[in-house]
Write a protein that binds this ligand. Structure first.
Ligand code: ATP
Length: 235
């Protein structure tokens, strides 16, 4: 598979019923790369993640992952091929304990185990017998990420991981994501917080109306103030 990107999305279209949401979106994530997706609300960031995970019935174009086409495959097959999603609303089991959440997600092929998670996520270790639903927002986000790691991802997709978290928790999350990155895990990250994008991602793609309208590395992002401010309206 030579120099081909790990994820190569080309001309991706997606619909919700009759609403045409993604209009030929193209995007690449390299084998050791972290890419951030930015753009205002409704630009299509979550739709992109869901389309890649096989969660949308109506898609067109191509999304090759490790050389294999994802579009048209069912979500469980896509997950098994190594694409793990940390969804926006975290999707953890509220009535299961932290430890149970990790154990049911864990696959033997994963290089992360529940035991290894305690070292990486000390806050979760202290809460291992606590039901997921009783965790704070920050702890739930950590659990959602830990659970995605149990699946053994080759690419981790994160949808707005810092949304609604206090600044001190965001800092902890950034440190964790930087650790994962240093460990060689590629990530595709939807993120509204520019500081988080700059701290974690190698490259950034700005979406507007279901297309990538700008892409560049962190230095280019710093130089692209006008585009960035036009396309990242704060609520
Ligand atoms: P946000 O930060 O608000 O999640 P986003 O960039 O992730 O923004 P999407 O959630 O991908 O945006 O939404 C893109 C468009 O698709 C919006 O116009 C939205 O109204 C529409 N949309 C999203 N989910 C659905 C749905 N389940 N049914 C119909 N339309 C939807």
């Amino acid at each position: 598979n030579g120099g081909a990107p790990l994820l190569d999305v080309a001309g991706l279209h997606a619909w919700y019923g009759k609403s045409h949401i993604l209009h030929g979106l193209s995007l690449e994530v390299g084998a050791a790369e972290t890419v951030a997706l930015l753009g205002r609300n409704g630009a299509g960031k979550t739709t992109t993640m869901r389309a890649l995970c096989g969660l949308l019935p109506s898609v067109r174009g191509s999304a090759r992952f490790g050389g294999t086409e994802l579009l048209g495959r069912p979500p469980h097959a896509i997950a098994r091929s190594g694409l793990s999603l940390v969804p926006e609303h975290r999707g953890i089991f509220a009535s299961l304990t932290v430890e149970e959440n990790l154990r049911i997600a864990h696959r033997r092929s994963s290089r992360w185990s529940p035991e290894a998670a305690w070292a990486m996520f000390p806050a979760l270790a202290d809460r291992r017998r606590t039901p997921g639903g009783k965790l704070s927002g920050g702890e739930q986000q950590m659990l959602a990420i830990a659970r995605a790691l149990m699946l053994g991802p080759r690419l981790l997709l994160l949808d707005e991981p810092t949304e609604g978290l206090a600044p001190v928790i965001v800092e902890r999350l950034v440190a964790l994501l930087r650790n994962l990155k240093a460990g060689g895990l590629p990530m595709l990250l939807v993120e509204q917080n520019l500081d988080v994008c700059r701290a974690v991602a190698d490259r950034h793609a700005i979406l507007d109306e279901g297309r990538v309208i700008w892409a560049g590395d962190t230095a280019a992002l710093a130089a692209a103030g006008g585009v960035v401010s036009r396309h990242l309206t704060l609520e």
